[in-house]
Design a protein around this ligand. Structure first.
Ligand code: MN
Ligand code: MN
Length: 464
């Protein structure tokens, strides 16, 4: 009888897999190796522009060529489309005709950060600052007293572009948002925690040395502009036509004595973007169906704008592929399927309250399949069909992809969304597949190496 119960449980209960029970030593070694490349990518690509450039560099060195509209490509051909330097689509042409649909993997390459305002530079009491407007969902109190680097592009009056990346090299200066000393923080402590640091207090300290002159007013600002003019040839008005982003001046590192995890800025969603990119470039031979890998911008602010996935750029790309084969675009869209490759929250034992353990995602248990996101009664989600979940479940199980399900927190405890719904709205079967993250949206986010590798495996088997 006792034995029967054990067998019955074995047969009927869902087995919760752990990568450390399922992966052998050589697989774990492969995961560690894969993550070395991932850490390099994280350090080289802290903004959407840099991630786009880096993805194209990697793609080109793996045989991808610039996509040209109107060309009927052959099976095995590799193309990429650069959307304004902030989003990129990679495609490997498949064996089957395009009307059978394409396999889409979509990740995003923008991350929460502090953007400079259009007129950012000022001086106050002998200190020079940049005003910022934060981008995406940040806990503002996490950003003061943290070394920051400045990345981006400035267009000068004559239209010439100047690329900026300062604070990453060992010898570079860094920048910082200041915070109040605890001794004088009595009133600050009384603020609600979401106002502990206010948006207009996220001012970045950039200098304090005045220009040598008799004129005392704005001498620090003058000195800073003079330095910027010497280095970049810019004037104050040029900030208007610039996109400058302040990101943590921190490098990707192994976390833990056992080096099993990775700590870095911007892992939401580079932890899916890099595996998606590598799955595309590592495609062996000719895939069954055409694969379309999208690394998109603007997810963190609602996917708006012409580099975000609410715009037509993905649809137009697929239409162009279709037309070149004499097929209507919507025929291809309706036959396609998609993995929306984005992160989910990893269960945090220090903060168990907002998680519902039965349906939470855990580190080291593989990629997370999230049927629906949204909040307050599944509002704002595409909710993958049982049919499609079944198809993905079967695919992963048959190919040794270790995966788990995960819902973002308890019902009515908050919520969030991904690009899944914008792709599903094109009449494409879509499900969220991604990596669980600790401290999501913090300046330093944590992932587990085995999960990162499982994301790569999941995207690889999907586009094979
Ligand atoms: Mn994300
Ligand atoms: Mn996010």
């Amino acid at each position: 009888m006792e034995q029967n119960v054990k067998e019955l449980k074995e047969k009927l209960f869902m087995k919760r897999k752990n990568t450390y029970e399922e992966m052998n030593d050589s697989e774990i070694e492969k995961a560690d190796e894969f993550c070395e490349g991932y850490k390099e990518f994280l350090d080289a690509a802290k903004t959407e522009r840099e991630a786009c450039t880096e993805a194209i560099r990697i793609a080109e060195s793996n045989g991808f060529k610039k996509f040209r509209k109107g060309i009927a490509y052959n099976p095995g051909d590799r193309v990429y489309l650069n959307n304004r330097g902030k989003s990129v689509i990679l495609s490997v042409i498949g064996r089957q005709p395009i009307e059978n649909g394409v396999n889409i993997v979509a990740a995003h390459i923008d991350s929460p950060r502090l953007d400079l305002k259009q007129n950012p530079l000022y001086e106050s009491e002998g200190l020079g600052y940049f005003k910022t407007h934060y981008y995406g969902g940040i806990k503002k109190y996490q950003w003061p007293a943290l070394p920051l680097a400045l990345h981006g592009v400035i267009y000068k009056a004559d239209g010439e572009a100047v690329n900026v990346k300062i604070g990453e090299d060992e010898n570079d200066p860094v920048f910082v948002v200041t915070d109040l000393l605890p001794h004088l923080a009595e009133e600050q402590y009384k603020r609600p925690s979401n106002k502990l640091i206010k948006g207009e207090e996220l001012n970045i300290l950039i200098g304090s040395r005045p220009f040598k002159c008799d004129e005392k007013s704005d001498a620090v600002k003058l000195n800073l502009l003079n330095l910027l003019n010497e280095k970049y040839g810019i004037t104050e008005e040029d900030f208007i036509s610039a996109e400058l982003e302040c990101v943590p001046a921190l490098k990707a590192k192994d976390i833990g004595f056992d080096r099993s995890m990775i700590g870095a800025y911007g892992q939401d969603d580079r932890v899916c973007a890099y595996p998606a990119l590598m799955a595309a470039v590592d495609t062996e031979g000719i895939p069954e169906k055409t694969s379309v890998t999208i690394l998109t911008d603007k997810e963190e602010i609602g996917s708006e704008g012409n580099t975000g996935l609410r715009s037509g750029y993905l649809r137009y790309f697929i239409y162009d592929l279709a037309e070149a084969s004499g097929v209507s675009g919507h025929t291809v869209l309706s036959a396609s399927r998609c993995l929306s490759a984005d992160v989910n929250a990893g269960f945090d034992p220090t903060f168990p309250e907002p998680f519902e353990k039965l349906n939470a995602a855990f580190l080291n248990r593989g990629v997370v399949a999230t049927k629906y996101t949204g909040s307050r009664g599944k509002s704002g989600t595409s909710d993958a069909s049982a049919e499609y979940v079944s198809e993905i479940r079967k695919l992963f199980n048959e190919n040794g992809v270790i995966w788990q399900t995960g819902e973002l927190g308890k019902v009515d405890f908050g919520g969030g969304g991904t690009v899944a719904m914008y792709i599903a709205n094109l009449d494409i079967d879509t499900i969220d597949i991604g990596v669980p993250v600790l401290s999501m949206h913090a300046p330093y986010e944590i992932t587990a190496k085995n999960d990162v590798y499982m994301a790569y495996r999941a995207f690889s088997v999907f586009i094979k």
